[in-house]
Design a protein around this ligand. Structure first.
Ligand SMILES: [Zn+2]
Length: 373
């Protein structure tokens, strides 16, 4: 058994050596870069070849992130692009076996099967970002078809990949998709790169990237944060929900981000974020009720101070009943509402005087009404 393992390891290394010898005319620098954005220009048969524009856009995107991180007060930090031995940014031109139409179905898997294995082997690929620009197409397709898409690997790895139709390629698309590979999610904040592919990084995005492995020099890859049991969703007002999530981290916590999962006709969307600290805490994130419906899923991502992340999905959630403190519905919350609640104090009752919907009218209900004065 040991012998077989040893032989296959050696075969694997030989294969890698051959692969990188073949690729060597493009890049010779670092056969296994980590925390680096690697770019492939994938050219189906008959599709246009690459131009200098690709390298210019990659450098502009790197500059964009650097300038935005600085604007947010984190210094001029940005991600690494793969370079040759002389420090020049480059990309891998790879020719497809089929014409462009073939790659408009199941784009990533079809291209992946034609890429050098070293680009996609989990152990080598998942601590890198792979950006694939597909020539000759205006859309790329997975479960649906879009101009581009990108994502990141869950769990212990820290990389991601993006797929961009060359005919849609511009700086905003590139900035947006690279954002996804670092774990950034969609927002409705107009003007943000994660909304329209526009012009700015938001505060919580810059704060997330500040500790992300691709932006930081410390790569302490142990002690990933952990979720504990007992997540809770409570209503705190008529239109706000509070998510309470218990987490631990031996390194110290940094940030949490809650995202609505993708569903038909609705975008995945950042619902709220929280700055967190310490080794054990209950994250509280307040979310607009109007952003969620029963049956939605909510993804929770957490990051520790070294950029290690963990994520958890709450599937098929049920929204708690809203907390309504205007008991007499006269449009104002005042002593009259408090009197109505007080009149039922101590009763087992699930009417509107039971403000927090726990089945009993008590001091907690009085507090909710008083706090809304
Ligand atoms: Zn997107």
């Amino acid at each position: 058994m040991k012998h077989i393992t040893h032989t296959s390891t050696r075969l694997f290394l030989i294969t890698l050596t051959i692969l990188f010898t073949l690729l060597g005319f493009v890049f010779t620098a670092d056969a296994n870069p980590t925390y680096t954005v690697r770019t492939v220009y994938f050219q189906p048969t008959g599709a246009p070849g690459p131009t200098r524009k690709i390298i210019e856009l990659l450098i502009q995107s790197q500059d964009f992130y650097r300038a935005e991180m600085e604007r947010h007060g984190y210094g001029p930090k940005t991600f690494k692009l793969e370079t040759d031995g002389a420090g020049n940014v480059g990309f891998y031109p790879i020719r497809g076996k089929h014409n462009a139409d073939y790659y408009v179905t199941d784009t990533y898997n079809r291209i992946k099967s034609e890429l050098p294995r070293a680009f996609t082997l989990p152990a080598l690929a998942k601590d890198n970002v792979l950006v694939i620009i597909v020539s000759g197409v205006s859309i790329v397709c997975g479960t649906d078809c879009k101009r581009a898409y990108g994502g990141y690997y869950l769990g212990d790895n820290t990389g991601g990949f993006a797929l961009i139709a060359n005919e849609a390629l511009d700086l905003r698309v590139l900035n947006h998709e690279i954002g996804h590979t670092f774990g950034l999610k969609h927002t409705t904040h107009a003007g943000a790169i994660m909304y329209t592919g526009s012009d700015i990084l938001l505060d919580y995005e810059a704060r997330w990237l500040d500790r992300h492995h691709f932006f930081s020099d410390t790569h302490i890859r142990s002690g990933a944060p952990q979720f504990l049991e007992n997540q809770e969703i409570i209503a705190i007002s008529e239109d706000k929900l509070r998510f309470k999530i218990n987490v631990n981290s031996e390194n110290g916590l940094h940030q949490a981000q809650l995202t609505r999962g993708k569903s038909p006709n609705r975008l995945d969307l950042v619902l709220g974020t929280a700055e967190i600290e310490g080794t054990s805490t209950t994250i509280q994130v307040d979310v607009d009720r109007s952003d969620l419906i029963d049956g939605d899923s909510v993804d929770i991502q957490i990051m520790d101070i070294h950029g290690n992340t963990a994520s958890k999905t709450l599937s098929n959630i049920t929204l708690p009943k809203p907390v309504i403190v205007d008991i007499n519905t006269d449009g104002v919350v005042n002593i009259q509402d408090l009197v109505l609640v007080a009149a039922r104090l101590g009763e087992t009752w699930d009417g509107k005087e039971d403000v927090n919907n726990d089945g009993i009218v008590n001091i907690l209900d009085l507090v909710l009404v008083t706090n809304a004065f």
